[in-house]
Design a protein around this ligand. Structure first.
Ligand code: PA5
Length: 449
């Protein structure tokens, strides 16, 4: 596998025996997961999704992606949560940081923007400004088809597109990814004749990056989705064993469980490449929504190092000892970037002249892992070979499986998210949505004048 797991910087905190003692529980979780005998078992489609999607083929997605490349200067992906984070994580992982600023012939695809992941008017207005004068294609993604944030953004952007390109052309430039049959978005897509892609019933939002939710926009900007799926399929095969000795995803899940029981209630996902920022956001949603329920669960947070070593690093080193850290490290450096020699300048850096920037970054990583472990923060390490699609596919699957196992070891249903409804009910009431009248009156009274 291109993904490796190492816990040597946590060994002062967990004895290997403790892992062995969890083996029967992990075996049980593995068997029940594969037999479909777990809570939330109507959402287990992700387990064999990579191999099944490869077997079925992705020609329809690749053809639509080609169309989008022809039609668009800019693609806007509208979605939130699981209908957003995976695509953005993979885009930022695989593509260069300043992708949109590169010339089209270097990029190879349309510019890519994301909308519908907030309700900020200023954010939406800024996007409209940057889209002005461009040929724009919209890919609106919502499994339920009723989520407010993407629905609001879609209405604004669709209205804008119709005014820019005319109703008939706008129709050609809207791609909808939604449920097979249900929801307002599906009805609208059918009524308007938009090109539609289906999110499988048995795959929940945060597990959906390898469905058309992620695959269509990623293919449109030239991400190799077959390699992404192949990597995930390789992990699906390699991680199909219950043995903690042979399954690094289960080892990671078991260690999380042990550390939580020892009072390490926050996990920091740390990364040393800015390209992993949105991957960390995807990871936070995966673990936060899967485990944070029944007043249980690790709090998933993230830090970008070395940047955050100059801010939150102080807390990690010396704050409350309730943290552990999982570092995701990209091993290979393809940049060829080294520190130039300049003996004429006395900046104290000449001893590093000729060293690669990646090597310097990795010494910072090693020094930090040692310091944080010495300071009482157990450190886990997930290494991934490179930033290619195949490796990322493996990593997606690694964390999906680890998350499912971890949630089940914790005794929660890792596939539901009942808690996200509370704010929605209040918001609907305050917005005056039909059916919420009584609740609106109560909430307005509580809020006062
Ligand atoms: O993981 C989940 O299920 C959620 O984060 C959803 O993806 C998110 O709420 C968006 O839902 P929908 O795709 O229905 O618009």
């Amino acid at each position: 596998m291109a993904v490796r797991f190492d816990w040597k910087f946590a060994q002062g905190f967990v004895h290997p025996d403790e892992l062995d003692k969890l083996q029967p529980f992990v075996t049980d979780v593995h068997q029940r997961l594969h037999a479909g005998e777990v809570p939330g078992n109507d959402f287990l489609g992700w387990i064999h999704l990579p191999s099944q999607t490869l077997a079925r083929g992705v020609e329809d997605i690749l053809a639509a992606a080609d169309e989008i490349r022809q039609l668009a200067d800019a693609l806007v992906v509208i979605g939130i949560g699981g209908s957003y984070l995976g695509a953005r994580a993979a885009f930022e992982w695989v593509k260069p940081e300043y992708y949109n600023q590169l010339p089209r012939e270097v990029r190879g695809g349309p510019e890519l923007y994301f909308a519908g992941n907030h309700l900020s008017a200023a954010g939406l207005k800024d996007l409209l400004r940057v889209l002005d004068g461009k040929r724009v294609v919209l890919n609106v993604i919502s499994k339920s088809g009723t989520t407010t944030e993407p629905a609001v953004a879609f209405r604004v952007l669709r209205d804008w597109l119709v005014r820019q390109a005319g109703a008939a052309e706008a129709k050609r430039r809207i791609y909808v990814t939604t449920d097979r049959a249900r929801g307002a978005l599906k009805q609208l897509a059918d009524a308007e004749g938009y090109r539609t892609f289906v999110i499988p019933d048995d795959v929940g939002g945060r597990y959906s990056v390898l469905t058309p939710v992620g695959l269509l926009p990623l293919a449109a900007v030239g991400v190799d989705i077959v390699a992404l799926l192949s990597g995930a399929a390789a992990a699906e095969e390699a991680l199909a064993t219950p043995s903690l000795a042979d399954n690094p995803a289960y080892r990671y899940a078991a260690l999380r469980n042990i550390l939580l029981r020892k009072g390490k209630t926050t996990e920091v996902l740390a990364y040393y490449e800015p390209a992993l920022r949105m991957f960390a956001e995807w990871w936070k949603q995966l673990f936060g929504e899967s485990e944070g329920k029944d007043q249980k669960g690790l709090y998933p947070s993230s830090m970008g190092f070395t940047t955050d070593l100059h801010s939150l690093g102080q807390y990690v080193q010396e704050g409350m000892r309730t943290l552990f850290e999982t570092v995701v490290r990209v091993v290979r450096d393809d940049t060829g970037l080294t520190l130039p020699s300049d003996p004429s300048v006395d900046d104290g850096l000449e001893y590093l002249a000729g060293r690669s920037i990646a090597w310097i970054n990795d010494q910072a990583r090693l020094g930090t892992q040692l310091a944080h472990a010495d300071g009482g923060v157990p450190n886990l390490l997930v290494e991934v070979e490179d930033r290619r699609e195949q490796s990322l596919g493996e990593l997606f699957y690694f964390f999906e499986l680890a998350c499912a196992a971890s949630g089940l070891l914790l005794g929660v249903n890792p596939f539901d998210q009942p808690g996200v409804e509370a704010y929605k009910r209040n918001m609907f009431a305050l917005l005056g949505k039909p059916g919420f009248e009584a609740m609106q009156a109560k909430l307005r009274e509580r809020l006062g004048p």
